[in-house]
Design a binder for this molecule. Structure first.
Ligand code: SF4
Length: 316
């Protein structure tokens, strides 16, 4: 609970922490997912995996991760590549701005850090597309630092095991994560928490009966006794959902997907693009489409050539 100064205190017995650490690390050793980036020692490959995993499911990331590394195997090769090639290679991943940020991060590593991922947390967070979570993940997974890493899955697991029936704020979860981090085991511990949250302690249907923390977790009884309590019944960790089809993000993705289909260096007319996006595209849509394209151009995802009837668009 926060005190008068806003500080938080977590009262967890050391032996409880030790038991949870032992149970979870043993489970991870036996049952942890064998993911390709977990065997990687190359900081560049780990950066690629972390950026891909930000908003894409593991199953889709695995083949894309291998293909991307084949095409751009080093910070240098990605930094020097034509941006259009990077956007093309990102096909199927969604959230295309990540591809740009990844290339800009590679350029920053090459230009500002001599081709090595910086060890300083502030320098990591200054890389394009690297927020608090990704900076911590890189510090731990790529640089071997003893850093707690808290994503949605980790926050949920820590909340159920150490805060139940309360829901920790982000700040409280981060404090708990630091408090329970086992010395010298940060890599395995963070991966184990993520795996448990992704495969056993899921938001809607935690399988407490199969959980290595069942005997230690105050939340297990609630889920076993009352399935309706699943996901806390309060939506504490549920992301807001909004209709995707027809949204600006939907059409931005479709523009980039259409331009990916053009040959290298080729452009298409803006009206032709409109017709490819919407079967009923008409002059009334021209202002909307122009604004959409200008937004994409500002983000660096497309290049606009000319104005009016002759305007054309291409990948950058
Ligand atoms: S016992 Fe259930 S609620 Fe507790 S950590 Fe395991 S799966 Fe999650």
């Amino acid at each position: 609970m926060p005190d008068a100064k806003g500080a938080t205190h977590l009262d967890i017995a050391d032996d409880t922490v030790a038991k949870v650490q032992h149970a979870l690390l043993s489970w991870f050793e036996a049952a942890g997912r064998r993911l390709p980036w977990r065997g990687a020692t190359d900081a560049y490959a780990i950066l690629v995996s972390e950026v891909m995993l930000q908003q894409t499911q593991v199953d889709r990331v695995i083949p894309a991760y291998h293909a991307f590394l084949r095409r751009f195997p080093t910070f240098e090769s990605l930094a020097e590549a034509p941006t259009a090639d990077v956007i093309r290679e990102w096909a199927g991943m969604g959230y295309n701005r990540r591809a740009l940020n990844l290339q800009r991060a590679a350029q920053a590593v090459v230009e500002r850090h001599g081709g090595e991922l910086p060890a300083d947390p502030g320098a990591l967070r200054a890389l394009p597309g690297v927020g608090e979570y990704t900076a911590n993940a890189l510090a731990c997974f790529a640089l071997g630092q003893q850093t707690a890493v808290v994503d949605t899955n980790v926050r949920r697991v820590l909340g159920r095991v150490f805060h139940w029936p309360s829901t920790p704020s982000e700040r409280e979860a981060a404090e708990t994560a630091r408090r329970v981090l086992p010395k010298g085991e940060a890599w395995a511990w963070n991966q184990a928490l993520m795996d448990l949250g992704a495969t056993v302690c899921t938001s809607r249907r935690p399988t407490c009966l199969l959980c290595p923390l069942r005997e230690l977790c105050p939340a297990s009884g609630a889920f076993e006794a009352e399935p309706a309590a699943i996901a806390e019944g309060r939506g504490a960790y549920r992301p807001k959902t909004e209709r995707f089809e027809g949204s600006s993000r939907f059409y931005r993705g479709r523009v980039v997907a259409h331009l990916r289909g053009l040959a290298a260096g080729e452009s298409c007319g803006v009206d032709d693009l409109g017709a490819a996006l919407k079967a009923d595209y008409s002059d009334a849509d021209a202002t909307w489409l122009r604004a959409l394209l200008e937004g994409l151009a500002r983000d660096g995802l497309v290049a606009l050539h000319g104005e009016g009837d002759g305007a054309r668009v291409s990948l950058p």
